[in-house]
Design a protein around this ligand. Structure first.
Ligand SMILES: N[C@@H](CCC(=O)N[C@@H](CS)C(=O)NCC(=O)O)C(=O)O
Length: 249
């Protein structure tokens, strides 16, 4: 493939609890982009299950042919099991959950189905975040901020008292929302808005997820700085709020 691999053992995971229901001998490789929240989902699930994997980063502005050959939609993430490629983060996460135990979905079929619904809600929240950082004027920016806050208010009615989305156990919904909340590590510093002011349970959930090793290990240490540079390049209303010196916490 001609791209350097970064071997990532997962220090945050608990290998003793990851029981393979079918042996996998092949190397597992997560084709990644540094900022992609969908890649983070897969990285978090891999880490939570204590699966050893490698990462290969691609430039989405200059997609290599080998990547386009394995990614019909031209998007990251792609998971390679040996030479077999799985695309779409939901397909990747479901595959990992099928093969590596313990499962990250509830056993009860209705709870399980509801969790899948909230996964979709996570993707809708990511779309709202994209509209927020791309907003072209202050009216749009404020409108999109309100739409994000409305989503958090809906979550507030659903999230448990903690520490995770549905109680004591990390679930797939946690893997999907941890990358959502990570955007606010930057937005807290530049937006002038406390997005979590009226949602104490979501705030507590966010704080707990940010301390999980699986979540911390899913991105590079300079993620917030890279995100700031990305937002600056959008030439959007939010770009104007990114400090020139880019000295972020
Ligand atoms: N539905 C996809 C969404 C993945 C996605 O949108 N990935 C973005 C990066 S975060 C991408 O690769 N976009 C293609 C591009 O920028 O050309 C999934 O869940 O995997």
């Amino acid at each position: 493939m001609g791209i350097q691999s970064i071997n990532q053992l997962q220090p945050g995971a608990q290998p003793e609890t990851a029981i393979q229901s079918q042996p996998i001998q092949e190397t597992i490789t997560l084709i990644s982009h540094t900022l992609c929240p969908y890649v983070q989902r897969a990285a978090i699930v891999l880490a939570e299950k204590g699966i050893e994997f490698e990462r290969e980063y691609i430039d989405l502005a200059n997609k290599p042919d080998w990547f386009l050959n394995i990614s019909p939609l031209g998007k990251t993430p792609v998971l390679l099991i040996g030479q077999q490629a799985i695309f779409e983060s939901s397909a990747i996460c479901e595959y990992l959950d099928d093969v590596f135990k313990p499962g990250l979905h509830p056993e009860d079929p209705i709870a399980r189905a509801r969790h899948r619904g909230w996964l979709e809600f996570g993707s809708a929240t990511l779309n709202a975040i994209g509209s927020y950082y791309n907003a072209k004027d202050s009216r749009q920016l404020n409108l999109q901020a309100e739409l994000i806050q409305q989503k958090f208010e809906l979550l507030e009615t659903e999230v448990s008292d903690g520490p995770f989305f549905s109680g004591q156990h990390f679930s797939m919904v946690d893997a999907v929302f941890a990358p959502v909340f990570r955007y606010f590590d930057l937005f807290d510093q530049i937006s002038g808005i406390d997005f979590f002011a009226s949602v104490p349970k979501v705030k507590q959930w966010r704080n707990h997820l940010s301390r999980c090793e699986s979540v911390q290990q899913a991105v590079a240490e300079n993620y917030t700085q890279m995100l700031a540079e990305f937002v600056l390049k959008r030439q959007s209303e939010l770009s104007k709020k990114v400090p020139n010196e880019l000295q972020l916490l």
